[in-house]
Design a protein around this ligand. Sequence first.
Ligand code: E4P
Length: 216
Amino acid sequence: MKFFIDTANLAQIKEANDLGVLDGVTTNPSLMAKEGIKGEANILKHYEAICELVDGPISAEVLSTEFNSIIEEGKKLAAIHPNIVVKVPMIKDGVKALKWFTDNGIKTNCTLVFSAGQAILAAKAGASFVSPFIGRIDDSGWDGVELIAQIAQIYSVQGFKTEILAASIRTPLHIIKCAEAGADVCTCPLDSILGLLKHPLTDIGLAKFLEDAKKM
Ligand code: E4P
């Protein structure tokens, strides 16, 4: 399973990348706004900076919702760097755009996916990645990880090549459960990635080893 970091914060991206286990980055308009990135030129420059930091797929989301504008915006994003993946929302014009990008050799990530039916449509349109939003599904009283397992089963039976990118990850347990359920990628906040490191017995064991090492 691949690890992407889900942020537009350059310091956090660098920290995760320095760990040596990072495979890519996802962003969305909320994450870009959180970093105070405003205006087209700055947005494009910020994606460029991310591409310089990490050598892997970098999802950049379109803001348009109408087919022609999605295509124009997606082409501009894709021109930034060969690693850019154009992130397109799961709407009717989005599905049409996914197919257009697929036919024109541009990688895509279908975002805002909350059902197996939507995941089937994304795969049929040739999306490179499909992003089911685990945490937001859990927030609404459903089981996000169950959706990952269902999509993994469907994609395997049908031979779909689209990678399942578990998004809206909130905890280290989400990552573990998504790995079990068959996600190809987990995109996570830095805290959840670092949370995987933690176990009290590791800390206790290390303290004891270091103490005993003084007697060596
Ligand atoms: C990433 O691709 C998604 O946009 C992101 O994981 C959504 O996360 P959130 O539900 O925590 O906003």
